[in-house]
Design a protein around this ligand. Structure first.
Ligand SMILES: *Cc1c(COP(=O)(O)O)cnc(C)c1O
Length: 425
């Protein structure tokens, strides 16, 4: 019996885990500490975190610079109401985010996570048009999109196994084809939508260049540029959900940079704090912020969370941003190189389909399998865990999304495990 047995019993008795079918899931792995790219388990194993702990860990676990920033902040100001009050970490972080983001995005609205960052973006877009006196009720989103698990974010997300029980309660969105399949079709569908219902369309929301939870589908910067051009021309807001793609995951700091576009609103979370604390940010153009200004208090953006702009989370985010320097960019480029080389090798295998790499993210589809519920995902996850690697395939979609401290050799080790699995019996 390990030292963790007593608290694992409490977990089994009292915890309901996310995205977990407790009837069939193996017991959760008790983790007692983490450092760099590794998780240390209660039974003394060291597990390589090849998915950045659900896409959040940026520089590595327990990075001392971020840990120190949080500790210092906790002793100074741990939390304060953010309506009518402010504090230095939130203000400085806002200035730093604006300086790093594509031009024109100047107003930062803080929230708690990716889903709330998306909720805020959708509410901003709808209320923006409401305030203009020309309400536009319609949001357009992509096929295979994933924007989060709250109701607004679920509505914008693809309908599927995650959303079925809630279908009647989700608002309708106009659906554009997945641009990773045939980008021309997405552009043509948006053109047709603008022609038919342009006057009703408040905003188009996209995950720029990488549809994440929908299957790690990579799509072209050229198509994104054309969606931006069409929305700009029609004066429809473009919301870029960079919750996953932000902070260097796709190479540059933001995926929008690869297309040299600036959206009207951008959603940030996940890597924002380096993966230390939950924090969301929705950053809007100044014109959108100004449209809410009025002596009429009914035109306020009536949205906020108890922990809006939590100082600890803001301090973590500032420390994480400071680590996104040239040396970090070089590490990301090295990760991309291993991905490209090893994906090329894997691609020769008949079970490996559609290998794709975008910056530090690499993915492929396992042939012969289908949906998110395909058992091959958990099977590969268990196989990798036995070899001290954390992978969590999305059904038959296998992906690597390592923290930036991961070395090329460590990542090559993950490919060795995957190769062993695909070549297996
Ligand atoms: C994960 C994710 C979200 C939701 O973020 P949470 O922090 O899990 O609420 C939203 N959009 C994208 C693109 C994501 O990958």
């Amino acid at each position: 019996m390990t030292a963790a047995a007593s608290w694992c019993a409490l977990d089994a008795a009292h915890i309901w885990h996310p995205y977990t079918q407790h009837a069939v899931a193996p017991p959760p792995v008790p983790v007692v500490r983490a450092e760099g790219a590794y998780l240390y388990t209660a039974d003394g194993r060291r597990v390589f975190d090849a998915i950045s702990s659900w896409w959040v860990t940026l520089h590595g676990h327990a990075h001392p610079a971020i840990a120190d920033a949080i500790a210092a902040q906790a002793r100074t100001l741990e939390q304060v109401i953010f309506a009518g009050f402010t504090h230095e970490p939130a203000a400085r972080l806002a200035g730093e985010l604006v300086a790093h983001l594509p031009p024109g995005l100047t107003r930062v609205f803080y929230s708690d996570d990716g889903s709330t960052a998306v909720e805020v973006a959708i509410k901003m877009a709808l209320q923006y048009w409401h305030g203009q006196g020309t309400p536009r009720p319609l949001i357009a989103a992509l096929e295979n999109a994933y924007h989060g698990d709250t109701f607004g974010a679920m509505s914008a997300s693809a309908r599927g196994v995650f959303t079925t029980p809630f279908g009647r309660h989700l608002f309708e969105v106009a659906r554009l084809p997945d641009p990773s399949e045939e980008g021309e079709d997405t552009v043509a569908a948006l053109e047709a939508l603008l022609d038919a219902r342009g006057g009703e369309l408040a905003a188009v929301i996209v995950e720029p260049l990488l549809l994440g939870a929908g299957g790690m589908h990579v799509w072209s910067a050229d198509v994104l540029r054309r969606l931006r051009a069409l929305t700009a021309e029609a004066r429809v807001l473009l919301i870029a959900d960079e919750v996953l793609t932000g902070f260097g995951r796709t190479g540059p700091l933001f995926a929008c940079e690869r297309a040299e576009i600036a959206p009207d609103i951008v959603c940030l979370s996940k890597g924002l704090t380096g993966g230390f604390l939950p924090l969301g940010a929705t950053v809007a153009r100044e014109e959108i912020f100004r449209a809410f200004l009025s002596p009429d208090r009914r035109r306020t953006l009536f949205h906020g969370h108890s922990y809006t702009a939590n100082p600890l989370a803001c301090a973590a985010a500032r420390a994480s941003l400071a680590l996104l320097d040239d040396a970090c960019a070089a590490r990301r480029a090295a990760i991309e190189q291993v991905h490209v080389a090893r994906m090329r090798e894997l691609a020769a295998h008949p079970r490996v389909r559609n290998p794709r790499v975008l910056g530090t993210v690499a993915a492929f589809d396992l042939a012969g399998a289908g949906s998110y519920l395909d058992p091959v995902g958990p099977a590969l996850g268990a196989f990798a865990l036995q070899r001290d690697v954390l992978l969590r395939p999305l059904g038959n979609v296998v992906y690597l999304l390592p923290p930036f401290c991961a070395t090329p050799d460590e990542i090559a080790g993950v490919y060795d495990v995957i190769a062993e699995f695909v070549e297996g019996p």
